[in-house]
Design a binder for this molecule. Structure first.
Ligand code: SR1
Ligand code: MG
Length: 403
């Protein structure tokens, strides 16, 4: 079948034809995609309750429409990345049952028992497994795709599979460029005009963003997920699943860790909308603890993997691992800052902030997000421990609340 975007009826026909359900079964489907790019079909077989997901790439960015064409190859990248991630972090990604190159679709495990983490955080839920699972996911998927583990030639053979120029370009533009000038795609709260204009004039900040952008361009350190915000994580009380690696490519490790931390801090900033101060403080405490724990879990797992499995000539040289991790830490903090600023100024905001109805209250939360984002970027080399970062964030937000 040559490519066409499936209707719900065609999708049901497709999964039956593939033998995923009996032809006679009563299969009900809904298109549930709420992301920026793709169609997502959810199927339920009425007789058995068996569920299934089919994710189909559209030949354009759904959030903008057909005027923004986009490669279908991202469906292949996603299917192949899920398979590698599943190998190194078993249980932490959905199971893939099939990939159809012509239709640019992936057939995968139904995760409807899980909640999108962003939604769960907006509802102020707490997830006991989250930090440990995400730290493990990061360490295992990233370590096992470095040169340090694979060796140069094998790493490059895999890297070839994940050349992803169009999706990288989206990040280069939307994260590292457009928020720093009056780009047409930007979309920010009009009450922030003065704050945003200040950022456009802020050469100290732009110098640092230029450096981080250059690291994103050039640091092919490991196979990164590439879009690991809280909409790409699904959770229950007892499990965590990372979805949607269509932006995957060989990039800087800190970009993935920074994405997780940025999105926890964005929710932290969005608590500004809460009138119940005790509830705000308590949930912020939980978010801060999660930020710290994600980093610690990543670092502990990564150190263990390095000690057990690293193969490079220099791995036992004293100081090499510490220096490698220091670099990842500074990248993490800087990229987290970039990812916060883009969600306030650029295209594709986040529901944590958007769901604050009063524009003036929302502006307060967005100002805090900008202030934290800027601080993370320009101070990233001065921070040496995650506790310094979270203490600084907590102190900045209490000043911002008081003023
Ligand atoms: C046009 S795509 C906009 C954003 O959605 C994705 O989730 C990525 O974050 C991208 O930057
Ligand atoms: Mg996505």
């Amino acid at each position: 079948m040559s490519y066409r975007a499936l209707s719900v009826e065609e999708a049901i026909e497709y999964v039956k034809e593939k033998g995923l359900f009996n032809r006679e079964s009563n299969v009900v489907s809904r298109e549930i995609g709420d992301g920026n790019l793709n169609l997502v079909f959810h199927f339920i077989e009425q007789e058995t309750g068996k569920g299934l997901i089919v994710k189909q790439a559209l030949p354009y960015a759904r959030v903008v429409g057909e005027s923004w064409p986009l490669t279908l190859d991202r469906a292949r990248i996603e299917a192949e990345a899920l398979s590698l991630e599943g190998k190194y972090a078993p249980g932490l990604v959905p199971e893939v049952y099939g990939y159809d190159e012509e239709l640019a679709l992936t057939i995968m495990e139904d995760l409807s028992r899980c909640t999108i983490l962003r939604k769960g955080l907006i509802e102020r839920n707490r997830y006991p497994r989250l930090a440990e699972d995400i730290g493990r996911f990061l360490a295992h998927t990233l370590f096992h795709t470095t040169d340090i583990y694979l060796g140069g030639p094998e790493k490059k053979a895999i890297q070839r599979q994940f050349i992803n120029p169009e999706l990288c370009k989206i990040t280069e533009d939307l994260v590292f460029t457009d928020p720093y000038f009056d780009a047409e795609t930007n979309n920010f709260n009009p009450l922030l005009r003065e704050d945003v204009a200040k950022i456009w004039q802020d050469n100290e900040l732009k110098l640092e963003v230029a450096e981080l952008k250059n690291r994103f361009y050039t640091e092919g350190q490991a196979l990164i997920h590439g879009d690991l915000h809280t909409g790409s994580i699904m959770v229950t009380e007892s499990e965590t699943k990372v979805i949607d690696p269509e932006f995957a490519f060989f990039g800087p490790i800190g970009f993935d860790i920074g994405a997780v931390i940025a999105n926890l801090f964005l929710n932290y900033a969005a608590q500004q909308g809460l009138t119940d101060q005790a509830a705000c403080d308590s949930y912020r405490g939980y978010l801060i603890d999660t930020v710290k724990e994600v980093w610690h879990q990543f670092e502990q797992n990564f150190r263990r993997l390095w000690e057990d499995k690293a193969a490079d000539f220099f791995v036992k040289t004293p100081g090499v691992l510490d220096r490698y991790l220091d670099r990842i830490f500074a990248d993490t903090i800087g990229f987290a800052g970039c990812k916060m600023i883009r969600r306030v100024i650029g295209l594709a905001s986040v529901a944590d902030l958007e769901s604050i109805e009063d524009p003036a209250v929302r502006a307060e939360a967005e100002r805090l997000a900008l202030q934290l984002g800027r601080g993370l970027i320009v101070n990233r080399r001065a921070f040496t421990e995650i506790e310094q970062v979270t203490d600084w964030a907590a102190a900045s937000s209490s000043v911002s609340t008081a003023s």
